[in-house]
Write a protein that binds this ligand. Structure first.
Ligand SMILES: NC(=O)c1ccc[n+]([C@@H]2O[C@H](COP(=O)([O-])OP(=O)(O)OC[C@H]3O[C@@H](n4cnc5c(N)ncnc54)[C@H](OP(=O)(O)O)[C@@H]3O)[C@@H](O)[C@H]2O)c1
Length: 270
């Protein structure tokens, strides 16, 4: 089995994260997603095995969200007693109910969402909380005061680090100045967030990558003689400033493949 040999600082958060993180939307939700194929939620045994594999491979970073169905609650149960092995990032601001998303970025909702995540994840504090943006990134600072609300929860000790899973170029550039970490979508076919990654690097803001495989479409749409996972990881790890690439998978073989290819990319980094 290939082991990720090292963890890296996530910006200036003080958190040390593996270069590959495990995305867990598929652990708790199978509706309203952009993945190429429908899928069943994993059984407890399958989920346990996936997390054991991730741990054995050297992954210590897990990404979830309040809006990922049962993902937070399942992680709370599965990681009980071994929480010190994992850095868990969750998100607040999006709710997914009866197959529909709705957003609430008020400070009151942020507090209620964080308190619920603490209960679901069975933690005394959350390592990292990101605002789950709906695409109106600037409003999170200027209209709702959501960024400020999370900073207050951090001051109170409920959160160690906070930031935004942002969507736009201008919003990302603005929020990079206030966040401990941003999560941005990036892959060889979707490069518009590169200036945000560069801004984060110069500010010391942590960078997490989502949709490294375009939610799986890079793999299903790729010609047979190409290796889209290697191509994407080579591209992403060549960007200075990328701290961890969060890839979603329920498949232990894919997880091993992603880690092995991350190692190749990191070793051949210019
Ligand atoms: N707004 C937000 O904050 C936001 C949005 C999107 C995603 N995210 C986070 O980022 C994570 C990843 O995003 P994502 O799931 O949309 O996209 P992704 O990581 O680009 O792709 C995940 C898809 O790729 C497949 N896959 C993974 N490794 C593979 C491999 N080696 N070979 C072939 N297929 C492979 C997975 O299927 P298998 O299960 O079959 O491996 C899964 O369907 C999410 O889980 C979530 O934590 C956040």
């Amino acid at each position: 089995m290939t082991l990720l040999p090292f963890q890296r600082p996530l910006g200036r958060t003080g958190l040390m994260v593996s270069p590959i993180g495990l995305g867990t939307v598929k652990l708790g939700r199978n509706q309203g997603l952009k993945h190429p194929q429908p899928f069943e939620l994993p059984s407890r045994k399958e989920a346990e095995y996936l997390l054991d594999c991730a741990h054995d491979l050297g992954i210590n970073f897990i990404d979830t969200a309040a809006a990922y169905g049962s993902s937070e609650a399942r992680l709370g149960e599965l990681l009980q007693g071994r929480q010190q092995d994992w850095i868990v990032c969750t998100k607040a601001g999006e709710e997914f109910e009866a197959g529909q998303s709705r957003f609430d970025f008020t400070p009151e909702h942020m507090r209620a969402s964080v308190e619920r995540s603490l209960r679901r994840l069975r933690r005394d504090y959350l390592d990292l909380v990101l605002i789950h943006s709906d695409g109106n990134d600037e409003d999170l600072l200027h209209r709702y005061g959501t960024v400020q609300a999370l900073a207050e929860l951090k001051q109170e000790g409920l959160i160690r680090a906070c930031g935004v899973s942002s969507k736009t170029l201008d919003g990302g550039l603005l929020l990079a100045q206030y966040a401990d970490a941003l999560m941005v979508a990036c892959n060889p076919h979707e490069r518009d967030q590169i200036p945000v990654i560069e801004a984060c690097q110069s500010l010391g803001t942590g960078v997490l990558i989502k949709k490294a495989l375009a939610s799986g479409h890079l793999c299903t749409d790729a010609p047979e003689d190409t290796d889209p996972v290697q191509t994407s990881l080579n591209f992403l790890f060549a960007q200075p400033g990328v701290d961890s690439v969060v890839i979603g998978t329920l498949n232990p073989t894919h997880l091993r493949d992603n880690v092995a290819k991350a190692l190749v990319a990191l070793e051949s980094k210019p």
